[in-house]
Every structure is written in C-alpha cells, then in structure tokens.
Design a protein around this ligand. Structure first.
Ligand SMILES: [Zn+2]
Length: 272
C-alpha cells in the first residue's frame, strides 16, 4: 500500500513524464475512482503541467489555465507511462500526451481516487486541509510531535496512522519508525518524554528517507505485491529475528491492522 515515499516517487515520476510535453486528451472511465467527482472535468483537461505537489499521501497536479486534479492512490493505485496504443490492465483514467505516450492511472481495487478541481482550489479541498504535519514538507521535531500527540491517549501505533496528526505514515512506516525509536506500539501517545519524541521524530524521517533512497525504478512496487522483496526492518517479518537484538518479531492485531514489533527492543505491554 502506498505511503509517503511511494507517493513522493509518483509525484516525481509524473513531473518527469509531463516535462516538455502537454496533455492532448484525457479519459476517465466510469469507475469508483471518480466517486463524488465531476468526471467530465477530468476529461476536459488539456495542456502543460503547472505544478505537482504532495501533501501526506495526496498528490495535487495543476495544469495551465487553472485546471487540476487531486490523486490519492488508495491501496493499489499507480500512475504508469506507456507508449500510445499499448494497453494497461486495470487502467481507470488516462492522460494522452503530445509526445506519443499515455499516462495511465491503474488501480485494480479502486480504493484510490481522482478528484478534478481548479488548480488554485486544490490546497483548499477539505481532504487536503485536514492533513497534519508532513514529515518532508514541514518541520517534524519533538516539539511538533508533542503538539499534535501531546494529549492523545491512543496507542502510539494507532495515533501515528491518523493523517490529521502526521500526514503520510501508513502501516509500514508507523511500525518502522517505532522499531527504529525503540518505542512500544502500545504506549499511550500522550505519555512520551521529550527525549522519546526526539527519537521518534528522527526515526520517522529516517524510515521515510530510507524508503525514498531505494526507489530507483520508474515503476513503484508495493511490498504486498507477489515477488516484491521486503526491505523493511520489522514490517512483514513476524516470526523472524529482530535485526537489532536477534529476538523474535511479533505481529498482533491493533486497531484492525497488523502491528509488527520486537517486544525486547520495544518494551511496554499491551493494555487489555
Ligand atoms: Zn529487537
């Protein structure tokens, strides 16, 4: 599932593919991807890219003439670049470019979303305004984390997934950041010391930079896809040895999701 690093790579790819060319046609299939949106506004899109931005896991693309759209990749969404005439399975929307390529939005499960809006209105959409601190765009330090989590009684792992607090973390990077900072996923978020907030802030950024640094392909692979190697320290490694202490990595259900952690490195019991 795409988290901040994959979305940032998608943004860079789109910017690269759209550089020096222009959209000559746009197609939007009648699918769930356009739920609640004006599909025809997407199909009217033409011209050159004006900007590409990312906030948390949300992409914002602006085009000349104040056109634009928001793209959220959901669970299985991807933007891919193909030669004109080449098919793409699960393609839900397409931008046809003057240089003979086509950008497909492919999304097998359709949890992703495309929402056309005027370019200057994208940042003001409710889905964007509600997003919290972005670890790459904003200053993410102990003070910022304390400000957003300070009074929360939610367990750390659950709190870290709340996009209104820190935007961009998902199940993978929440687990990775907690392992890197040696913090238990079950600790109440509001109970951390200043030193622990500092460790967590450093760990969040380190986990995201690590994922960004290893994305070299134009096509992003999600770790849940068959055949994709798992580069992570703790995520997806239940029953395997902890890279730090050689203890065993555990997996539990927490807030309806899997939480991976090393009980020896990340002490702190689960309540209930
Ligand atoms: Zn360990």
């Amino acid at each position: 599932m795409p988290e901040l690093p994959e979305v940032e790579i998608a943004r860079r790819n789109l910017e690269h593919w759209l550089q020096g060319t222009a959209v000559t046609a746009a197609q939007a299939d009648r699918t769930r991807v356009f739920r609640g949106a004006d599909r025809s506004a997407f199909e009217r899109l033409r011209g050159r890219l004006a900007f590409s931005r990312r906030r948390g896991k949300t992409l914002l693309l602006g085009f000349e003439g104040n056109q634009g759209f928001l793209s959220h990749l959901g669970m299985t969404g991807k933007w891919v670049c193909r030669a004109a005439g080449q098919g793409e399975p699960y393609s839900r929307a397409r931008l046809v470019l003057a240089n003979g390529t086509v950008l497909h939005y492919r999304d097998p499960r359709q949890f992703g979303r495309i929402h056309p809006a005027p370019a200057d209105a994208l940042e003001h959409l409710p889905d964007v305004r509600r997003l919290g601190v972005d670890p790459l765009l904003d200053r993410l330090d102990a003070r910022a984390l304390k400000a957003v989590f300070g009074t929360s009684r939610a367990p750390l792992k659950v709190a870290l997934l709340d996009q209104a607090r820190v935007a961009g973390l998902g199940n993978i990077h929440a687990a990775e950041a907690l392992w890197r900072s040696k913090l238990s996923p079950f600790r109440p978020a509001g109970a951390l010391t200043d030193a622990e907030w500092r460790r967590l802030a450093t760990a969040i950024k380190a986990s995201i930079r690590f994922a960004l640094s290893r994305e070299t392909d134009e096509e992003i692979a999600y770790v849940e896809e068959p055949g994709t190697p798992n580069p992570f320290r703790v995520y997806g490694r239940a029953g395997k040895r902890c890279f730090r202490c050689r203890g065993t990595v555990h997996r539990v259900r927490q807030g309806g999701r899997s939480t991976y952690f090393c009980p020896r490195c990340q002490p702190g019991r689960r309540k209930s």
